[in-house]
Design a protein around this ligand. Sequence first.
Ligand code: 7RM
Length: 635
Amino acid sequence: MSMNTIKNKDDYQNFYKMSLDDKDGFWAEVAGNYTWKKPWTSVQTGNFKDLNVKWFDGATLNITENCLDRHLETRGDKTAIIFEPNDPNGEVINFTYKELHARVCQFSNVLKAQGVKKGDRVCFYMSMVPELLIGVLATARIGAIHSVVFGGFSANALAGRIQDCEASIVITNDAGFRGAKTIPLKEITDEALKTCPTIKSVLVSKRVGEEVNMIEGRDHWLTPLLDSASCDCPAEEMGAEDPLFILYTSGSTGKPKGLLHTTAGYMVWAGETYKNVFQVGEDDIFWCTADIGWITGHSYISYGPLLNGSTQVMFEGVPTYPDAGRFWEATEKHKVTHFYTAPTAIRALEAHGTDFVNKHDLSSLKVLGSVGEPINEEAWEWYNKNVGKEKCPIVDTWWQTETGGIMISPLPNVGDFIPSFAEAPLPGVDPIFVDADGKKVEGSPAEGNLCIRTPWPGMARTIWGDHERYKQTYFSTYPGLYFTGDGAKRDDQGRYRITGRVDDVINVSGHRMGTAEVEDALNQHEDIVESAVVGYPHDIKGQGIYAYVIWNPQSSKAQDHKAIHKELNEMVIKMIGPIAKPDKVQVVSGLPKTRSGKIMRRILRKVASGETSNLGDTSTLLNPEVVEEIKSGAL
Ligand code: 7RM
């Protein structure tokens, strides 16, 4: 069987079956699509019990040779990146594969000159500019480990991430453009670095032209260093299981976790999922609107498209700047064929009406994608009708930072494309439902907690510096299984529908957040006695953040709820970033607690979603009287 793209239902069924029946044979053949320095000695070893999973062990390679070098002969002059700047009248910059290769080599040499070695951690805190993508690839080329921190996070959040992985260098911009605003990235970095002794140098890529403070000996402008660096840099020979990157993500408890992805398995997963889910042809133009600060940007900007030799758009801006037509204007301008975005963006644009869409010629589009949260039917229909003109399949791709790449998705030419269904597992993905008691739920239709039964190449291997936490978080709830934290359903034909998180993780505008993390930030305020944060349905963001707070009654502001909300917003912006600001803050005199002292979040969630009649049994509460107060004060 040829390991080329899945083209129809039969291919899908054959591939899927083979991937589970003859796992090693299947992946050995798939891996043949890539360039290796040394072959593997085993395709896959290890299991979820011992949590020692390895793929292609013994092999050596460099992922950037697969993204760049191997295309030079056949696609050297093909455009790899079309950079669409924040300002629609700004300069579009194209990079061919040859140019991108040269830029990456230069950047690699700059990193080396700064003393960065194999295994060192390189932190990026940048806006969506080409230097970010080039820097990420340069890091991988010399065998260092990238940790990209989304440019919307605060100094405190950046510092925590730098400290956790003990990065030695951070690369930032003077400032970043984001719609009508600029973000003072260097200033925020300076603030963060007050508590980051491991950082030896800071490279600053000029973008906005903002005046910034440069510390002698520590801070360097990037451009002059790049300009004088050689365009030649041999790729480090990496072991298959050598670390490639760390990416921090939120969970139900504790600080964000630094998930570690390794080289060969991640490469094969990013490359093959991109190929099969999007089916991008040689002359097509792919555009993923995510930020490289999230996993979607890693797998479907930095790696997947380049591994497949595609041409892609990289966008610096936001969907509503200068107006709600920006995505469609750029789609027309660059003749985008494959467009991948988040439901929250679709809903936000839908609210501005169809004129912004209909003004533009979208006839180039062939495939649309959705990622990050469940897509509601209405948004799906709007996307399908107004953007896809009912002729483009919508691939609703379910996956996670932990999974490295897409796990469940309809495929073009294969799927049934039913609104809000992710439909079918990709080859190599072995999903299973488990009920609350840990019993496996077989057959269809069915519903349960979504788990994965066997290792797949793209899975994270550990949490940086805390393997025990990795085991605890994902593999202990249902021993022997990877637990995703999501609930799901299967219809009578076995098609999957992801219903959302079943833990204390909320998804706000496609940004994953732990409610505990937001509570920790709120609790930093001196007048907060206690807080509880829950998600509630929000028309545009998917979920909004609802905070119940007990405010110090002695404080002068105790009656001024508006002022309290404002102060708490500032605290959250400081501790995490603007994406975690509570949408609603309800001041309460107590929180409903069980006799063992646990907050009954079920009640808080119901009240926050406007459901006040059917709260279930509250008799076991320590303080049932507080429920009435909370109900009557609901926002
Ligand atoms: C890629 C990404 C992961 C969480 C995941 C889900 C939710 C993502 C979908 C989805 C329904 C989808 N990584 N999620 N995609 N829910 N349908 N197509 O988003 O680590 O940031 O978030 O996002 O709850 O567990 S992530």
